[in-house]
Design a protein around this ligand. Structure first.
Ligand SMILES: O=C(O)CCC(=O)C(=O)O
Ligand SMILES: [Fe+2]
Length: 280
């Protein structure tokens, strides 16, 4: 059966139907998903009640997987499946615009999020395309941004040890080791997609601290403009989850935001993160 792909907005997102992600992918399905991801940047699949092992196998068919330095995982033998389990006593910390794990030299290619327990209302996720945001800028500003680099810092979003970090042990020691292992990194401010060649603003608002070589005041002002510009409604999509929905985003050219409006209700998601390469 061929996949049915329906765009959800003019700039980002598509619904993919006609596939079960619990089964190993056929090579044409793999190619179709990959090319839809390049075009739409975030794909949604409804009614995919996959187990963590099936999610792992699906994600792994796109590349090796990342183990988060501090977020918890499902089980020792499933450390590549991250657990997001939040309620009133365990509030989330992803209610901010970000691209996943840009605090390393080779940020992830893509992220696959499976909705397990969805609150009766709220808990949507927003996605923003860095491609349309870049293309909407004037040519002179595009030209200026193409020459710039930015610093991404683990400490901007993980400023202190938090209750939900993984393991039974000392959260402070885990966090300190992660801080030590993740010094600030430099990425281009505009990234070229390695497969499509398209250019995108590479802003991970919750990790990006400053534009290098600019004066602090210049960097602050330009980032203020870019962060607001990149999340204009024209470049975004808001996904309303149902249980067993699955989202797969291209983490090279998008940001996302988990809306924290559902507390004290509980919300559980499972995440697999595909390792990436060095942005240019
Ligand atoms: O919970 C959400 O809606 C977003 C979670 C998130 O930021 C992630 O899985 O990377
Ligand atoms: Fe995220």
């Amino acid at each position: 059966m061929t996949l049915k792909i329906t765009p959800l907005t003019a700039t980002i997102g598509a619904l993919v139907e006609g596939i079960s992600l619990a089964e190993p992918l056929q090579s044409e399905q793999q190619a179709a998903i990959n090319s839809a991801l390049l075009q739409y940047q975030v794909l949604f699949f409804r009614n995919q009640p996959i187990t963590p092992h099936q999610q792992h196998a699906f994600a792994k068919s796109f590349g090796d997987l990342h183990v988060h330095p501090i977020y918890p995982n499902l089980a020792p033998e499933l450390e590549e499946i991250m657990l997001l389990d939040n309620d009133g006593d365990h509030p989330p910390d992803n209610a901010k615009w970000h691209t996943d794990v840009t605090f390393i030299d080779t940020p992830p290619t893509g992220t696959i999020l499976s909705g397990k327990l969805i609150p009766p209302v709220g808990g949507d996720t927003l996605f923003a395309t860095g491609i349309a945001a870049f293309e909407a800028l004037s040519k002179p500003l595009q030209q200026f941004l193409l020459g710039l680099k930015a610093e991404h810092n683990f400490l901007k979003s993980f400023a202190q040890p938090r209750y939900h970090y993984k393991g039974q042990g000392d959260k402070k020691a885990l966090w300190e080791a992660a801080v030590k292992k993740n010094p600030p990194v430099i990425h281009p401010l505009v990234r070229t997609h390695p497969e499509s060649g398209r250019k995108a603003l590479f802003l991970s608002q919750s990790h990006l601290t400053r534009i290098v070589d600019l004066h602090q005041a210049e960097s602050d002002a330009l980032l203020g403009f870019l962060f607001a510009h990149a999340t204009k409604p024209e470049f975004t999509l808001r996904w309303k989850w149902q249980p067993d929905d699955l989202a797969f985003w291209d983490n090279r050219v998008t940001q996302h935001y988990g809306v924290a409006d559902y507390l004290p209700n509980r919300r559980i998601m499972h995440r697999a993160t595909i390792l990436g390469d060095k942005p240019y």
